[in-house]
Ligand binder design. Structure first.
Ligand code: SF4
Ligand code: SF4
Length: 160
């Protein structure tokens, strides 16, 4: 005597067909579990951002910033203006002042609009006092274009 069942589409199927579907479904489940288990034991390549942060490569270029030198606890910008002149997009504005007549100027304001910086590095390589470097900052998105304008002297002081 042949036994018939109704499948999901309401069509009649034989016991053999139903068993075949059960075996195929079971095998698919085992194959899926196999993929999941293999993935669990692979090395982790992602981070729980933002609770954990990436260590950026030394060659990474975030926006430029002023270096802090341990002997003075400050930068060495003498407001010579070289970085302003070499910047192809003209996004740097530097001001400095002298505390005494025969001393070098010291940079007191260093504005950069990094939303227009192409990260070309000309300012970094041409700075005579080597006081510029690329930051490791990678969260560079902002809501308004004005948030891209930063005073690097103030930023350095706040990082202390
Ligand atoms: S080139 Fe260097 S020293 Fe001259 S203004 Fe720019 S950051 Fe300062
Ligand atoms: S990296 Fe290039 S574009 Fe950016 S501020 Fe320096 S000179 Fe200008």
């Amino acid at each position: 005597m042949a036994v018939f069942f109704h499948n999901d589409e309401g069509k009649e199927g034989s016991l053999k067909g139903v068993l075949k579907e059960i075996v195929s479904g079971g095998w698919s489940l085992i194959a899926g579990m196999g993929v999941t288990i293999r993935r669990i034991y692979r090395p982790v390549v992602t981070l729980q951002y933002p609770r954990k942060r990436l260590q950026m490569s030394p060659s990474y270029r975030g926006h430029i910033e002023l270096k802090k030198f341990p002997e003075t606890g400050s930068h060495r910008c003498v407001a010579c203006g070289t970085c302003m002149r070499v910047c192809p997009t003209k996004v740097i504005k530097v001001q400095g002042e002298k505390t005494r007549a025969h001393e070098e100027k010291k940079g007191t304001l260093y504005f950069i609009d990094f939303s227009h910086c192409s990260l070309c590095g000309l300012c970094v390589v041409n700075c005579p006092t080597k006081t510029l470097k690329f930051s490791e900052e990678y969260e560079l998105a902002h809501y308004s274009r004005w948030e891209g304008v930063v005073d690097l002297v103030q930023r350095l002081q706040e990082s202390a």
